[in-house]
Design a binder for this molecule. Structure first.
Ligand code: PXL
Length: 278
């Protein structure tokens, strides 16, 4: 039987992030992608020009339409924009017992806000308690925890803080780190697992949608039945391949290459992520 994933996120019409990145990633990994749109952005690689959120009833109706007809195997949330949207989404997801990846999207690469400040508390109180995996980058982890993160000790403290909010596990992505030369992410679970996964740093401006793509790959691997730790390592390899084989599109922060991982796997190249015990 085909595995099915759903993304609840905003539209990035430039195709590198948001619902478009999620659906492309699901497709690349052989998982049937469905979606519920929360907001429409008008943007290109230079920045976000306009945002319009979708009516709450329409968001709820999209999610319900999928759940009442399809056996969804994993769900991902991305741009949720407001506390009202978060509450509607949480209401729907509380009824489900399937893996839920929460990518706590806050700010676009160019600096535009994709989550209103008033929505941070709703994200913490309504969604993190039902999350299977939460995938903040360092600035997002700082906002969620109120901590300043500068080194491994800080990252681990922040991860514990996020687990205390009720999530089953957390990946704190290290792309913003300046204390290590590689792209090193921490995985920690409430069940007691802890490791870092490291890929070589790639010096490129084309990183638009990296967070969405990473979390979407993680969702697809969970939909396929991988456990959380294995799914994180495979998702790390997916995003590494996508960044390493960039497409050089647009004059600003360009998108990553969503089909690079599959091409690499076809060429039988080995995955590059190195797991380091924490
Ligand atoms: O990468 C975060 C993100 C999520 N969702 C949408 C976006 C972006 C970044 O631009 O546009 C819709």
């Amino acid at each position: 039987m085909v595995q099915i994933a759903m993304t609840i996120a905003g539209s990035d019409n430039s195709g590198g992030a948001g619902i478009q990145a999620d659906l492309k990633t699901f497709q690349e990994l052989g998982v049937f992608g469905t979606s519920a749109l929360t907001a429409v952005t008008a943007q290109n690689t230079q920045g976000v020009h306009a945002i319009q959120s979708i009516d709450l009833e329409i968001i709820a109706a999209q999610i319900e339409a999928i759940f009442t007809d399809f056996p969804v195997h994993a769900v991902k949330t991305g741009m949720l924009f407001s506390s009202d949207i978060i509450k509607v989404v949480a209401e729907q997801l509380k009824k489900q017992e399937i893996p839920l990846v929460i990518d706590p999207v806050m700010i676009a690469k160019g600096g535009a806000s994709l989550l209103q400040e008033e929505a941070i508390e709703a994200l913490k109180n309504e969604l993190l308690p039902i999350a299977t995996v939460v995938t903040p980058n360092i600035p997002e982890a700082e906002v969620l925890t109120g901590l300043r993160i500068q080194n491994n000790a800080d990252i681990e403290k922040a991860a514990k803080h996020i687990l205390a909010l009720g999530a089953q596990s957390v990946v704190i992505k290290g792309g913003h780190r300046v204390d290590v030369p590689d792209a090193e992410d921490l995985f920690m679970s409430a069940a007691g697992e802890k490791f870092y996964v490291r890929t070589p740093w790639i010096d490129t401006k084309d990183t638009h949608g990296t967070g969405c793509t990473y979390a979407a790959a993680l969702t697809a691997f969970l939909a396929e039945g991988k456990n959380q730790a294995d799914a994180v390592v495979s998702a790390k390899n997916f995003i590494h391949a996508a960044i390493e084989n960039g497409l050089d599109i647009g004059s600003g922060h360009g998108p990553t290459n969503h089909w690079a991982y599959k091409q690499q796997m076809k060429a039988e190249k080995h995955e590059k992520g190195v797991v380091i015990d924490g």
